[in-house]
Design a protein around this ligand. Structure first.
Ligand SMILES: [Zn+2]
Length: 485
């Protein structure tokens, strides 16, 4: 060891860890040295003199998890400690998914479903990504955030309330220009929600025309909540592959699933199509580790589900946490009418198969994303439980994934897919986004009955070198950055 290395100072060292570095490589024992916001040493850090030391006691040190599928656009302002994510070991979130982004958004044209998932109309106060970014940087939250630009947001800006049709040529050019501006302002790509009312009449050509704009920018991403996740899921996968290929951009299939009992098992078909495409183009997918989905309470989803739970209802807040069927019985009406009376509302839909979920989680290119919906009264437990649940249920209990593989799908793979520079890995020079957890005890405790519960076993979480979660509580640090390409 050189004498200079011996005298090198740093802010802190985490000693005696099992380092799972996010690349998928085999874990190694050692230390991680951090100076300021960056990692400066990995492995044997005895050459550093640190202002503080933490003893990992043999527990895992991994890159902070990146939640690549979130609707945290407003949560970073409303709940800046972001404890529902920090408590899971998450250090960065990708917001603006499923075609709905809080920015760029111009109000006054109504708020069609599923926009209410992000807030009320008065919460949509960011006409540009630049305005959103400035607000973020003025009052940063605990975690980092990268923002996708929602296709449905662009549609509402340009087509106002007249959304049940394809965009006309001048409207399309307007949307392209707005997307370019959003990208210049720091957005990392485009998202669509093609199964939702504001976008379902947008033809494939409209999406290709927009996604093609991304090509003008550095490492852009196109993430899609596909047109269909049920009976026509394979056609939707094919549309996605075609769109990504023709636009020539990194594409991500959001919250991949095969919904509805008659589609159980069809992930063998969708994953085969995805694997074949991955040989030719950049295509990834994200998935959450539950067999129930959650979104707005809409009749079309009620019809396709085995069971439905209410997460919130504006006109009937007392019904949060109840089964839709029970509410309907109480009101002496059918579930569809009950759903209409409860709206604006959110719901949890039981409509997936465990074997599909496992197959998707272990598929090449699959990343973990929570799709958590903050703000509900009884939200889907994925909001608080996703990442620990993968580590507990699918790594420790079922051994579906090796620990290193699971961490890779939560960090390194995600950073690479979404183009987040110097994030998602433990390496000298990378940002000190880190989580220390006990692989033997880490457990999600959030349940459908009691969903807002922090996980156990996540011991320390660092964002840009600052502790944001310590044992069982958030710190007051707000080191989050707005991440751009
Ligand atoms: Zn979605």
């Amino acid at each position: 060891m050189s004498p200079t290395a011996k005298t090198r100072r740093c802010t802190f060292i985490i000693e005696n860890g099992l380092i799972v570095d996010g690349t998928g490589n085999t874990a190694t024992e050692g230390d991680v040295a951090v100076d300021g916001e960056r990692i400066v040493g990995v492995g044997d850090c005895s050459g550093f003199r640190a202002d503080a030391t933490f003893d990992a006691g043999g527990k895992v040190i991994s890159p902070g998890f990146i939640d690549c599928h979130t609707h945290d656009d407003r949560a970073v302002f409303a709940t800046p400690d972001m404890s529902m994510k920090a408590s899971q070991g998450v250090t960065s979130v990708v917001a603006g998914n499923c075609g709905i982004s809080l920015a760029p958004f111009e109000t006054g044209n109504g708020l069609p479903p599923p926009f209410p998932l992000l807030g009320r109309e008065e919460n949509f106060t960011y006409p540009s990504v630049r305005a959103y970014r400035e607000a973020f940087e003025r009052k940063p939250p605990a975690l980092n955030l990268a923002l996708l630009t929602g296709h449905s947001s662009l549609r509402v800006n340009v087509m106002k309330a007249d959304l049940e049709r394809p965009a006309k040529e001048p409207e399309l050019r307007d949307m392209q220009d707005r997307l370019r501006q959003a990208m210049r302002d720091g957005s990392i790509g485009l998202s669509t929600g093609l199964g939702y009312p504001p976008a379902r009449n947008a033809p494939r050509e409209e999406i290709i025309a927009l996604a093609s704009v991304l090509w003008e920018f550095d490492r852009p991403v196109y993430a899609t909540h596909m047109r269909d996740e049920g009976d026509h899921v394979l056609e939707a996968v094919e549309e996605t592959i075609d769109t990504g290929r023709r636009a020539g951009v990194q594409t991500v299939i959001s919250h991949h699933k095969c919904s509805g009992p008659k589609n159980y098992g069809r992930s063998t078909e969708t994953l085969a199509a995805i694997a074949a495409a991955r040989a030719e183009q950049k295509l990834g997918l994200d998935v959450y580790p539950y067999t129930a989905s959650s979104t707005s309470l809409l009749p079309e989803y009620v019809r396709k589900s085995e069971d439905v739970l209410i997460t919130y209802s504006d006109p009937h807040p007392e019904m949060a946490g109840r089964r839709l069927e029970d509410v309907a019985a109480e009101w002496s009406c059918d579930p569809i009418e009950a759903a209409e009376r409860l709206y604006p509302a959110g719901a949890i839909y039981f409509q997936m198969d465990e074997e599909d979920l496992k197959r998707i989680l272990a598929a090449p290119g699959a990343m973990v994303g929570s799709d958590g919906l903050p703000g509900g009264t009884k939200p889907h437990p994925r909001l608080w439980g996703t990442f620990p649940r993968v580590l507990a249920r699918y790594v420790r209990e079922q051994r579906l994934l090796a620990l290193e593989d699971a961490v890779h799908r939560m960090s390194g793979l995600t950073a690479q897919t979404f183009g987040l520079t110097d994030r998602g890995v433990i390496a000298p020079g990378a940002y000190a986004d880190l989580v220390m957890f006990d692989p033997d005890t880490v457990t999600d405790t959030a349940s459908f009955k009691d969903p807002e519960q922090p996980a156990t076993g996540i011991e320390k979480v660092f964002v840009n070198g600052n502790i944001v979660w310590d044992g069982d509580h958030s710190s007051s640090a707000r080191p989050g950055r707005f991440l751009t390409h």
